[in-house]
Design a protein around this ligand. Structure first.
Ligand SMILES: [Zn+2]
Length: 454
């Protein structure tokens, strides 16, 4: 895919250093989510909270969507807009959001606008936090998506951007909408699934580990933090280093139990300066460490998100612990796929489970209602499955104790009077091979881990 192009090491490092004369907190922003290399490090000075935006948020929908529909079919535009409303209600039914989440959403033709015209590997959408804000965690600075930072309701905070989430959806695709006939065609996708998936990325299901330099090594993204100058009276100094997102804090190598955050500390022993060359990095001990993580990133079941506190660090996990206390992440793609690898739940493990929402590719041929029905989670957790609920709670969201579905989604069972709707025994689970046998791949381009400075 064209959008996955590589950023030159020299340009990367050189341009970072251009920003070093500015004295301020640094945030990371995005302009167009599909172009994951269009990131900017910007100044975001500390301001007093003054979010006086008038919004239409309601207790049952804390999302406000600024929707831009670029297709002529206004009926379709209305259907898409309604999907955003429903998606906001599903998430609000799960998370106790204390501040409104504003979404900049676009519905447009990826072929006409971005030259993404592949008919066999169709990109459905791309989304992520519109801004990452550095946050002093208990052990180190990590990046918080603005949506999460806003939930803290701090009286003072680094300046927020206008929206918490940026999302783009491809109109060059025939979506299935509630009320359309079932079964859905295999070449279709339920837009509600796609929108929910992308919004959850925007809330913080975002990892920072990526082949940042195009050298088949994995590191967290390069960013900057501003530190007080140890010499009194001198201005604070920005420092270039590898920065994790809050999601990365709980990642471990499986089954070894090595926390990836300690690997970040090892990588940050490498000092970036204005004259650092690619060769300097390649020759370093840290390069070999990053190469090892790349190998983990392309080996099945090698990286997971720990869901249970108290799991000892650096102690191998048992199979039982991996099954019950970890969300296994997608590391079976080889070569490493930026935006897909690590930043999703493992396809093979979770396709037929209640945690089907964050797979790297669309579960073929099924609507969201059918997936919920198949996994018996329609009225227990809804689309945000049991592991995903726990994960979102760990990164900082307040998860509601009880879940009440905001609306009823249709399934084949409920539409078919000859079938008992409570009988799921006939539901045919999808196997991971069904995605391989299908030559159509519906991609969810999600995030976004290479940094550039324009
Ligand atoms: Zn995704």
């Amino acid at each position: 895919m064209k959008i996955l192009s590589r950023i030159s090491f020299i340009i990367l490092i050189g341009l970072i250093c251009l920003t070093q004369t500015t004295l301020s907190a640094k945030c990371i922003t995005y302009k167009r989510p599909i172009f994951r290399y269009e990131k900017e490090v910007i100044d975001c000075p500390i301001v007093s909270s003054n979010d006086k935006r008038q919004t239409q948020a309601t207790p049952d929908n804390m999302f406000v969507v600024n929707f831009n529909c670029s297709v002529a079919d206004k009926v379709l535009c209305n259907k898409v807009q309604n999907v955003f409303v429903t998606a906001g209600k599903f998430i609000t039914a799960t998370i106790n959001l204390k501040s409104v989440v504003s979404v900049d959403a676009k519905f447009l033709d990826f072929c006409a606008n971005f030259g993404e015209c592949d008919t066999q590997a169709i990109i459905l959408g791309a989304a992520g936090p519109a801004r990452f804000i550095p946050f002093q965690d208990n052990d180190k600075v990590r990046l918080l998506p603005q949506a999460l930072y806003k939930q803290l309701n701090l009286p003072q905070h680094p300046q927020f951007g206008p929206n918490e989430i940026m999302a783009t959806f491809n109109s060059n695709m025939t979506y299935w909408f509630e009320g359309d006939p079932l079964p859905m065609l295999r070449r279709q996708a339920d837009l509600l699934y796609v929108v929910l998936h992308e919004l959850v990325h925007g809330l913080g299901f975002v990892n920072s580990w990526n082949d940042e330099f195009g050298l088949q090594v994995l590191t967290p993204m390069l960013g900057q933090i501003v530190e007080d100058n140890p010499i009194g009276g001198l201005p604070p100094t920005p420092k270039t280093l590898f920065l994790e997102t809050i999601f990365d804090k709980n990642l471990v190598i499986l089954p070894d139990g090595v926390p990836l955050t300690t690997v970040t500390d090892q990588l940050n022993q490498f000092q970036f300066t204005p004259t650092t060359s690619e060769q300097d990095f390649i020759s370093s001990q840290q390069f070999q460490i990053a190469k090892g993580i790349y190998n983990d990133g392309i080996t099945s079941d090698k990286i997971g998100f720990v869901l249970t506190p108290g799991i000892p660090k650096n102690v191998p996990l048992t199979q039982d612990q991996i099954q019950n206390n970890v969300l296994i992440l997608e590391t079976s793609l080889n070569p490493f796929m930026p935006s897909s690898s690590i930043g999703h739940s493992d396809f093979r493990t979770y396709l037929n489970s209640g945690d089907f929402l964050m797979l790297f590719t669309y579960p073929p041929g099924k609507t969201l209602g059918e997936m919920l029905d198949r996994s018996n989670t329609t009225s227990t957790t809804g689309p945000i499955g049991p592991r995903l609920r726990t994960l979102l709670g760990i990164i900082g969201y307040d998860i509601k104790q009880d879940y009440t579905p905001p609306t009823t989604l249709s399934t084949i069972q409920s539409n078919d009077n000859t079938t008992n709707s409570s009988d799921n025994n006939n539901a045919k689970p999808l196997s991971s091979s069904s995605i391989v046998s299908s030559n159509l791949v519906l991609s969810l381009v999600c995030i976004l881990s290479v940094i550039s400075f324009i």
